[in-house]
Design a protein around this ligand. Structure first.
Ligand SMILES: [Zn+2]
Length: 91
């Protein structure tokens, strides 16, 4: 089986690049807000769509999770015993 890449119309390539850029940027910002490795996740989500986006959403939402600090309401990780922003102990 031989797939000729030049047979794919240019507009389809442009759409793909736009979708991947938006996805990468969104993940970069989201990961940064959550204190995750934003460069790693941003680049990871530039590689393909939508598989890598689902992987990121599962890891960031279900595995790491996030809660609000009881003192300053900043988004912190569930496993944090102390808020990294204000230092308040989480119960
Ligand atoms: Zn706090």
């Amino acid at each position: 089986m031989h797939t000729d890449l030049s047979a794919v119309p240019v507009w389809l390539w442009i759409c793909l690049v736009v979708v991947l850029s938006v996805q990468g940027l969104w993940v970069f910002n989201d990961a940064r807000k959550r204190g995750m490795n934003c460069w790693l996740w941003g680049l990871f989500c530039l590689l393909n769509t939508p598989t890598n986006l689902f992987v990121y959403l599962i890891v960031s939402r279900a595995i790491l999770g996030s809660v609000k600090c009881q003192a300053c309401s900043a988004r912190i990780r569930k496993k944090d015993a102390f808020c990294p922003y204000c230092g308040e102990e989480q119960k």
